[in-house]
Design a binder for this molecule. Structure first.
Ligand code: G3I
Length: 359
């Protein structure tokens, strides 16, 4: 279906809801019963097929009314930065969970689930961690960090990204060089998952990475790693496929994404699309972007193992890419999300809703 037609279809559905003329509008349902399902928000539409539709959320924008009202479109949130190590334990043994608590409180008050992000990552680490040179000391610090943070949020978050981006982006046969891999070797991954499970027996535990969304050398490495973890009884529940895409660069086909989800699911793992955005700087169009969002959501819905799709932010205005993508020509911007700078729905929104409606 063409994006223009998608837009019309969504407009019609929203109008029908607003006029009260469509059965099921207004009441969220997460039982997958089509007769009682509504598509008034993305989260409600996703719940109809038992999926979560999420966004990254940043407390820096909580004072903005439009930001908060658009956040209610979603039934899943991931703190963009607030639960990372540099924020939660900036000084050794001094924990600060205030910002993460704000996100959890907002979510709990609105029936939204939370994925914690992230416990062990080479980036956004406080400087004291990078300064550790003794392996036993680093291992103790890592286990204490995981235990304290997971216990704090126990019962309040549904899942954790336990280890983030451990594979080398340039050589997919290697783990990335980091203080963890260098001092502890690959065992740091097993140890992190084991500590997280001990701190919360019920929360889902995920490995999360980018550039491994479809089939290829890096996703093969991750597949082999998690298959081996499952075989050895390491407590891992799922894999996050970040899905940071650019319209001007090569990307996997939707069928390769579905195939990757399928093989991970065959291991008994859940899969979540965890940080999707599509940078359209350098010649991409809003309609191409809409088609990519549509096709990825459809790929997720085609696979029972795929439980959630999360977008890396609500509005183009606050995307991380505004600061990190230095390739945009003057006057061009990444515009990678579902809502524009003024919080208006983009064609990408219609693409997502259309994919959800065809469940
Ligand atoms: O809050 C300060 C602000 O006070 C200061 O003026 C400004 C100056 O640069 O920096 C602000 O902090 C920035 C923060 O984002 C909040 O916007 C940090 O410098 C910046 O490093 C930080 O970037 C985050 C990035 O991770 C760090 O690598 C992005 O927000 C965040 O979206 C991004 O998220 C990651 C996921 O966690 C993991 N996967 C990749 C994804 C995108 O890089």
């Amino acid at each position: 279906m063409l994006p223009k037609q998608l837009r019309q279809r969504v407009t019609n559905a929203l109008l029908a809801c607003a006029l009260g003329g469509l059965a099921g509008c207004g009441k969220p349902s997460d039982n997958g019963d089509a007769a009682t399902c509504t598509t008034a928000t993305l989260g409600q539409a996703a719940a109809c097929s038992g999926r979560l539709l999420g966004t990254a959320l940043a407390t820096a924008h909580f004072s903005e009314e439009s930001y908060m009202s658009r956040a209610l479109e979603f039934n899943y949130v991931t703190p963009e930065n607030e639960m990372k190590w540099e924020h939660t334990e900036p000084t050794r043994d001094q924990f600060s969970f205030d910002l993460g608590d704000q996100i959890v409180d907002f979510a709990n008050q609105n029936g939204i689930r939370v994925k914690g992000h992230t416990l062990v990552w080479h980036n956004q680490l406080p400087s004291w961690v990078g300064a550790i040179s003794d392996p036993d000391d680093l291992r103790a610090a890592m286990l204490d960090h995981i235990t304290t943070e997971v216990e704090h949020f126990r019962g309040k978050v549904a899942a954790w990204d336990v280890v983030n981006e451990a594979w080398d982006p340039n050589d997919p046969t290697l783990l990335r060089d980091s203080v963890f891999s260098e001092l502890l070797g690959p065992a740091f991954i097993d140890d992190a998952f084991t500590a997280a499970r001990a701190a919360d027996p019920d929360v889902k535990l995920y490995y999360n990475d980018y550039g491994a969304d479809g089939l290829g050398a890096k996703s093969d490495s991750i597949y082999d790693m998690v298959a081996d973890m499952k075989t050895r009884g390491i407590p891992i529940d799922g894999v996050g496929l970040q899905m940071h895409w650019r319209s001007s660069a090569a990307r996997p086909s939707a069928s390769d994404v579905a195939a990757n989800i399928q093989r991970l699911g065959a291991l008994g793992l859940e899969v979540v699309i965890s940080e999707m955005d599509v940078d359209i700087c350098n010649g991409g169009t809003l309609d191409e972007q809409a088609a990519m969002f549509h096709d990825v959501v459809a790929a997720c819905l085609s696979q029972p193992a795929c439980k959630a799709v999360t977008f890396w932010g609500i509005t183009d205005k606050y995307s991380w890419l505004n600061y990190f993508d230095t390739s945009c020509a003057d006057g061009d911007t990444p515009r990678p999300l579902l809502f524009d700078d003024d919080y208006q729905r983009k064609p990408a929104y219609a693409g997502v809703l259309d994919a959800l409606a065809r469940r």
